[in-house]
Write a protein that binds this ligand. Sequence first.
Ligand SMILES: Nc1ncnc2c1ncn2[C@@H]1O[C@H](COP(=O)(O)OP(=O)(O)OP(=O)(O)O)[C@@H](O)[C@H]1O
Ligand SMILES: [Mg+2]
Length: 587
Amino acid sequence: MSVFLRLYHFIWQRKWPFIIGTIPMALAMCLNNLAPFFVKWLTQSVQDGLMEHAFQLVLIFGLILFISNILENIGYYITDKNMVGTSNDIAKAVLTHIHNLDFAYHTNKSSGKLISLMKRGDDAFFAYYDIINRQFLNLTISFAVMFLAFARLRMDYLFFVLLLIAITVFVAYFLIKFNIKRRKAFNDADDDVSGARVDNLVNFDTVKYFANEKFEQSRFAGLLKIWNQRLQAYFFTFRYFDGIVGNLINFALVGIMFLAVRDLQNGQIVLADFLLVTTFSMTLFPKMMQLLFSLRELAKKNTDISTYLDLLDEKITVQDPTAPQKIKNPQGEIVFDEVSFAYENKQTVLKDFSLKIESGEAIALVGFSGAGKTTVAKLLMRMYDPTKGKVLIDGVPINEILKSDLRKMVGVVPQDPLLFNNTVYFNIAYANQKASKEDVLEAAKAAQVDVFIKDLPNGYETVVGERGIKLSGGQRQRLAIARMLLEKPKIIIMDEATSSLDSASEQIIQQAFWNLVRDQKNPRTSIIIAHRLSTIMQADRIVVMNEGSIAEIGTHEELIEKDDGIYQRLWSLQRNGFIGDGESEEN
Ligand SMILES: Nc1ncnc2c1ncn2[C@@H]1O[C@H](COP(=O)(O)OP(=O)(O)OP(=O)(O)O)[C@@H](O)[C@H]1O
Ligand SMILES: [Mg+2]
């Protein structure tokens, strides 16, 4: 029921095409049900020898069929607008909600499953719409006309028909429930197959690196086997349904004809009425069958749509404030006030992390892999909310600012930037849709993108492949930096942003970065996360993290003086070239 109400909530948002289209459709359906009456009237005319009248009846019948056809088409055309529009509205609402969902949701989701679920929901909507708004309307009108005709003729026909309809619907109810259960089980298997497909597409190279094609194929075959079994089990419920319900309806058809023949024999009804009853039964009992098939279809679509609409119920834990504050003229002062945090797996990642970053200050975060550096950045972007403590920007707790405002203020160059399967230009300009072409090219130049653009077949119009797969790691990083330089946010987070670059390009990009950060007129606050310590020596302060807490803090000079400090140890390891080009111990 709730699916029904929710769908009507969407359908009703475009009520006019719905109402205006339904009227001619309902009229056409009424006219379509007059056929048995014409059979009766024709028989009477022929029996009475009124042949001219019979011909007139045929002509009127033809005209009615013609008008009904036109009305029906007009009705379908107008309600189709409502149907397609509503389907788009739902798709948009689902995407918007998915955008609003937490990062935690996105780290747990399976894209393949989601896509198959959305596709099924989308497809099911059209069938569902057709059944509830058209088929049911048609059947209701048909039954109403038939019941009226039977009631006027003989009440026992009506009772017989109503009784059999009640029995059939009662039996069908349980069969449909059984059918839905099997459908749900099949959908789960279908989602798993779809998930495995997407996983194989996304991890194509990993499969190749390990030459694990055979393994993947047999894994897939295993899933298909379950898929197959569940589909067969689902199909089996149809055989049940068609066998039991079909024969109940056949029995009703034969029964009513039997009654009619008996009454004709007894002289209780005339031939014309006998024909009226048999024509109604012949045309309307198949409709009864159709009603039950529609109910069964509806049950199936109901399952598909409800899982689709359930996406809209996914809870958003990182909520926008109800009365948001605006930071008019951001200064970029950041405070982490005794922040603790754990991901869903509950292990504490940050413990009482307190740090004040002054407006315009450049802070470097260093520490072993897994120390919690990226997590600090994620909390500042409100990808998650801390389990304890507060994060403030310019004195305002960030959960009192709209997420979109916050994220416009803070720019991130992530550890492993992913790109849209679109052109290089699109990917850079994505940071600021209002930027002029000159600005985009300037940012690209500063981030050394133009150096490799020359070698690409279509220059800035080259498509970078899914997630940017056609570019090297360093090229992707340069694109991500260009995006940030174009966005020019007040607060900048560079998370290992130049780790894949050669030293020469790194130096040039660092220059562009520091030019932006140390801009005299509008200095930026920045957090630089890096393993390669040579890249952070210019930072105002260096924060050394260890297991989610601050272990040391100070300038490069201060920290290298600190005996037995983590920083000093890291520095001497890197200076002596023990660890790759400055990688941490665990990398
Ligand atoms: N989405 C997640 N769900 C659960 N645990 C996570 C998630 N992301 C990170 N972690 C865990 O949180 C801890 C801190 O991770 P974080 O990414 O902040 O480390 P890091 O200091 O940036 O490390 P690196 O230098 O390797 O990038 C790690 O133990 C990691 O396994
Ligand atoms: Mg990290």
